[in-house]
Structures are given as C-alpha cells and as structure tokens.
Design a protein around this ligand. Structure first.
Ligand code: PHB
Length: 403
C-alpha cells in the first residue's frame, strides 16, 4: 500500500467514524442506584428500557448511549457531583433522572452552567423548574396531585376536617401547602400538620399517626416519598385502628405505588389517593406498556408512576433528538423542541407546558379495591383532565415568575 493510499484510507475511516458518532446521543442518567431509592431507580431504569425496546423507531437513526451515575442518599451531594462529571468529563448531550428533589435542587446551577437539556424524571417540588432554564419535567409536581386531593376531599368526599402528615423536605412542604389551600377553599379545615421524618430512613409513623388520631379528623392526608415509607404508612394506619375510629386515610399516589400495593395487603383496601398514574389505567398505551413489562420482568412485577416518569422522559429525549437532527448538545434548541410537545403516554395524554417546562396531565382520584383475581387494584373514581402545576398557576412563593 502506498503512503497516499494509507492516508486516504485513514481519511475515509475518520469521516465514517465521525458520521457514526454524529448518530450517537450521550445521555447522563442520574438515579439512586444505592440507598433508600434503589428500588425506584430500578423501576425507572426498566421504564426507560421498555420505551427503547418497544419504540426503537422513535429513536432511529440515533443511538442512545446511556451513562449511569448513582445519586446515593437523597441529599443532593452525590447528584451534584454526578451532574458536574457527566457534563465536563463524559461530555454528555443530555442529563436525565433525579428521583429526589434535593438532587435536582443542588444540581440546578451546574445544569445552567453546562447549557444542556436536563429532563427531570421524578423530583416533584414545584419550584425546581424555575431554578434552571434547561430543566424540563416529565414527572409531576406535588402541587398537581395534592391540590386536586384537597379539592376532592372537600367536594367529593365531603370531609370537613383533616390532619396532614408529611415528610419534612421540599416536596412534603409543597404537598401540605397545596392540600391545605384547596381543602380550605372547599370549606374544610386542617386541624394539624405533622412533619413525619425525612426522606432517608423510614421512621416509625406510630407517634405521628397517634397524634393525628387523637385530633379525630375526617381524613388523614399523607405524603411520603414512594418506596418502603409508603408501605409503613399504610401498615401503621391499619395497626392504629384509625379507620374504625372514623378517620379515612387519603394521600397522593406516592403512598400506594403499584409495585408496593400487593405487599400492603388488605390494609390498603379503601384507600383514596390522587395521582397521574396507576397500572390499572384503561387505555391502549398503558395496556401495551404493562403487558410488555410483565412479559419481560414476570407476571408479579408492575410498572408504577416512577417508571412512567422515566418512560415519558426518554420519549421526550427521543423527540428532541429527532427535532434537532441529533444536535442535542445545543441545549437551547433541545429545550425549545420540547415546549408544547404532546405525547400519548401510558398515563393518558401529556404535554410540556411551554411557559413553565412542566408536564400537563390528567389527575385521577383512585380507590384501592379487590379484583375478581383476589389482587388489589386501583379503581378510578374521578378524572380531572389537563392539570397544570398549581403552584405556578397561582404564582405562589418561589413559583411566581421572577419580576
Ligand atoms: C421528591 O423528592 O421530589 C420525591 C421523591 C419521591 C416521591 C415523590 C417526590 O414519591
């Protein structure tokens, strides 16, 4: 081979390599692979995998190269370092993930400096999307579920009095504020608000719920982060005999995630919650999603709302890849491509609000019932369509637009 032929061959190789690389989209995925959120991380990884498996055509001709990092304890420290390293060392085109609000809050300045789209797949404190123009959220806010729950508790359930118990960190404070505002607007009264531990370790809820029981409210409204805390809430409520004492347990759907429901047993029967997803939702997208999930992970496994936040998040990234012709490293163009984006999700129709970069979606008032198969299921009592983040709609505190 002459020298000239070798140089030409190298040039061809270089061109074809860069053409191949141009098709690659590097995604930095930050989830709590260890610690109390590890089960949520697995549910979300599976949501992403199911989307990529079933919707390969939505991604082609691009190839998603997903680099996973562990956000560990829900305090933001590791997530911030992960974000920094993924952007500066791995040079990812997009950031995604964030289960716990402190992870997204701590990472916001790094995301802004990095100028790359960052898709929030779970963290639900309302003001988070105001912290960086590169945040787009496909999960939910606690103001969406809790506001609707407060309204329905007053108007559908005709409750007059409530006690609120909440995990004492940003999404819990949002849940309290939103529930209280809507419930009291509907004529109800919140008798007591009880901070019930932090997101890290599952507390013994007994003293908090005993205090609630002693106030004899019509309803006890609870928010805790999904996972083992949810099971502990339902079991403690049952153990204290609160239902027989006249207090109904209600909450956001975080207290009855689908993957924990069967393990709660009959203690969960009759629970009333508001959320944007349950695995029993009767729509073609959800039927296909749940069937594909069960065929991959087994008949006893089920997706939950965290899986759907991740599924919708990777669908959003696929859309942005197509819309920018693979140039996702232009963070401004990537964000812009998602403003007003609509998608038929397993949770129903969703849209990214072009004003706030938050998701707009249905909220469902659900009751836990026993099916003919002897298993626990969610029955939809009321559908509230196209719910926006109420914190921004009502311009409350840090949700108000900057003047
Ligand atoms: C959050 O930290 O924002 C969070 C975590 C788990 C949930 C809901 C919200 O179930």
């Amino acid at each position: 081979m002459s020298k000239r032929t070798i140089i030409a061959a190298i040039a061809v190789l270089a061109v074809s390599t860069s053409a191949a690389l141009a098709q690659d989209v590097k995604i930095g995925l930050i989830l709590p692979y260890t610690g109390p959120g590890a089960e949520l991380a697995q549910q979300m990884d599976r949501g992403i995998d199911q989307f990529l498996k079933v919707n390969a055509a939505a991604v082609a001709p691009y190839k998603f190269d997903i680099i996973k990092r562990d956000s560990k304890a829900p305090n933001g420290a590791a997530a911030k370092i992960d974000t920094q390293e993924l952007l500066t060392q791995d040079k990812v085109d997009v950031i995604a993930g964030y289960v716990y609000s402190p992870d997204a809050i701590a990472s916001a300045p790094v995301v802004t400096a990095g100028k790359r789209l960052a898709v929030i797949m779970n963290a639900g404190t309302a003001f988070i999307t105001n912290l960086s123009p590169y945040f787009v959220r496909t999960s939910f806010t606690l103001w969406q579920s809790s506001y609707v729950m407060g309204d329905q508790a007053a108007k559908y359930m005709h409750a007059k009095t409530a006690v609120v118990a909440y995990t004492d960190y940003p999404p819990g404070k949002d849940a309290l504020a939103a529930f209280k505002m809507a419930f009291e607007k509907g004529g109800g009264k919140v008798l007591d608000a009880i901070p019930a531990g932090g997101p890290e370790a599952t507390p013994d809820f007994t003293p908090f719920f005993q205090r609630a029981k002693d106030a004899h409210p019509d309803v006890l409204f609870v928010f805790v982060p999904a996972g083992d805390q949810a099971t502990a809430v339902v079991k403690t409520y049952a153990a204290l005999g609160m239902k027989a004492a006249g207090t109904q347990l209600i909450g956001t759907g975080d207290i009855v995630p689908d993957n924990k429901l069967q393990g709660m047993g009959d203690a969960a029967l009759g629970l009333i919650t508001v959320h944007h997803y349950n695995a029993d939702l009767d729509n073609p997208q959800n039927k296909a999603f749940v069937a594909a999930w069960k065929s991959t992970y087994g008949p006893d496994s089920t997706p939950d709302f965290t899986s759907v936040g991740a599924y919708d998040g990777i669908a959003a990234i696929a859309h942005a890849a197509q819309a920018t012709k693979g140039k996702l490293d232009d963070g401004d163009a990537a964000v812009k491509s998602l403003l007003g984006w609509k998608f038929s999700s397993p949770q129903g129709p969703i849209m990214i609000d072009p004003e706030t970069r938050d998701i707009v979606m249905n909220e469902y008032l659900d009751e836990v019932v026993k099916g003919a198969d002897g298993k626990l299921h969610e029955k939809v009592l009321v559908t509230v369509p196209d719910v926006k983040d109420q914190c921004k709609e009502l311009a409350i505190g840090p949700c108000a637009p900057k003047k």
